[in-house]
Design a protein around this ligand. Structure first.
Ligand SMILES: CSCCC(=O)C(=O)COP(=O)(O)O
Ligand SMILES: [Zn+2]
Length: 205
């Protein structure tokens, strides 16, 4: 993946995600794997109004190759996801209301979804009868420590599509920009369905 192509795709994705209301204020961060490492958004910018200068190039170890600005505070989590999931080419992190509230309400360490046709938008899922589990990690201002938790979890339960950070947001991964956007949109739809179901039934899965 060329850096310029990746950056253009992430700028476009940022506008879309922002229009959806999933990156309020300066929430969220995005990255793409490249031939030399990955590109990641700078910290503290509106992700709906990104410019090429709002990206840094980092190598496979997460060390800065280009860009004088401060990288996302959550860069280590992006690096860990690329190290853990060899197929992952894009990571989009968002702060939607549904992901934030649902991950706070559910006390367990995973959100289990079943019975929804939309689950089939997640790669590898072929029926609404399958169970889709999205791991939930307790939020931590120490991103290195949080990343280690994610890595440990992956050893026994490989992360396929996404992870939730409790009260914080969603990290979606994909093998290309279309797939990561599809995963993100489908999961947001499923989270909204679950929130509606909870409002009506008062029962968390
Ligand atoms: C106001 S959002 C708090 C930080 C955060 O969770 C986030 O996603 C944005 O951080 P970044 O450093 O990537 O701008
Ligand atoms: Zn965040």
């Amino acid at each position: 993946m060329q850096n310029n192509t990746a950056i253009s795709e992430l700028i476009e994705a940022g506008k879309w995600v922002s229009q959806k209301g999933w990156v309020p204020a300066t929430g969220g961060n995005f990255s793409a794997r490249t031939s030399t490492g990955f590109v990641v958004t700078a910290s503290g910018h509106d992700k709906g109004a990104l410019m090429p200068e709002h990206f840094l190039q980092l190598n496979h170890l997460g060390e800065r190759v280009a860009g004088a600005i401060k990288p996302s505070a959550e860069t280590q989590l992006h690096l860990s996801l690329y190290q853990l999931i060899p197929d992952a080419q894009y990571v989009l992190h968002t702060h939607s209301v549904a992901a934030t509230v649902l991950s706070n309400i559910i006390q367990r360490h995973q959100l289990e979804l079943t019975g929804y046709e939309m689950q089939k938008a997640l790669s590898g899922i072929t029926s609404h009868l399958e169970s889709l589990a999205i791991p939930i990690f307790d939020n931590d201002q120490d991103i290195d420590r949080l990343s280690l938790l994610v890595s440990d979890h992956h050893l026994h339960s490989p992360i396929k599509h996404a992870v939730l950070i409790r009260g914080h947001g969603l990290y979606a991964v994909g093998r290309n920009i279309d797939e990561v956007r599809r995963h993100l949109e489908a999961l947001e739809f499923l989270f909204s369905c679950e929130l509606e179901r909870l409002k009506i039934t008062g029962t968390a899965l």
